[in-house]
Design a protein around this ligand. Structure first.
Ligand code: MN
Length: 232
């Protein structure tokens, strides 16, 4: 048997401190997981069940990238997020076993075409074109649990051209990492290679070509990207 077109390459994120890398299966994102961000998006931050959207594996770009300004938007937003990567398959994972499925943690930016996302919300359409575009998931090298444990608190921040725009703490996640894993695994079987972006704190905003975007989660990882001229 032969493939009729070349099969897609495995997308991989480097594991910090060595030559190993983590193969990405898909990216699962949590919506509105910090109260102040839910409020800034015009939503009531009561503890409704978490909800999810996804990005394709090949939306990943490495730390240090020059990310082309994406097409079809005039309102590209940054969202700094704690990222959890799954190392062990599971379905209906109980909360008290959830962390056993985590290989490691890092930080990423959920780049968002906010104008397309807002239009989709208004029209009752899917969010995909606002969220799941090319290069929409800059993600830093992964820190294995064996090295950093399971971070439950620590500053999460993002700056644009040196000015701090987002400044929160991962202790303020509405749904904690074990809760997110438990909820997601009731709807889908989580598998090794799955990447979970856990949501962003308040302070999201627009970026344009030439901007330098830096961020991090204290005790986990930092990330820096620049926004480059549109792709051709
Ligand atoms: Mn997000």
């Amino acid at each position: 048997m032969a493939y009729v077109v070349p099969p897609p390459a495995v997308v991989a994120i480097p594991v910090a401190g060595g030559d190993d890398s983590f193969p990405v299966r898909r990216i699962i994102c949590v919506g509105r997981n910090y109260e102040a961000h839910a409020r800034e998006m015009g939503k009531d931050p009561t503890r409704e069940p978490p909800f999810f959207f996804t990005k394709p594996a090949d939306a990943v770009v490495p730390d240090g990238s020059a990310v082309p300004y994406p097409p079809e938007t005039k309102n590209l937003h940054y969202e700094i997020e704690l990222v959890v990567v799954i190392g062990k398959e599971g379905f209906e994972i109980p909360e008290d076993k959830a962390l056993e499925h985590v290989f490691g943690y890092t930080v990423g930016i959920d780049l968002t075409r906010r104008d397309l996302q807002s239009a989709a919300k208004d029209l009752g359409r899917p969010w995909d074109w606002g969220k799941a575009f090319d290069n929409s998931a800059p993600i830093s090298p992964i820190q294995p649990v064996s090295k950093i444990g399971h971070p439950a608190k620590g500053r999460i921040w993002l700056s644009v051209n040196g000015a701090v725009k987002q400044d929160g703490d991962i202790a303020d996640l509405i749904w904690s990492v074990p809760e997110v894993i438990a909820f997601a695994s009731r709807s889908i079987r989580l598998k090794a290679g799955d990447v979970i972006m856990t949501g962003t704190p308040a302070g999201v905003g627009a970026i344009v070509e030439g901007d330098k975007v830096e961020g991090g989660v204290e005790g986990v990882a930092n990330i820096a990207i620049t926004i480059a001229r549109p792709q051709t």
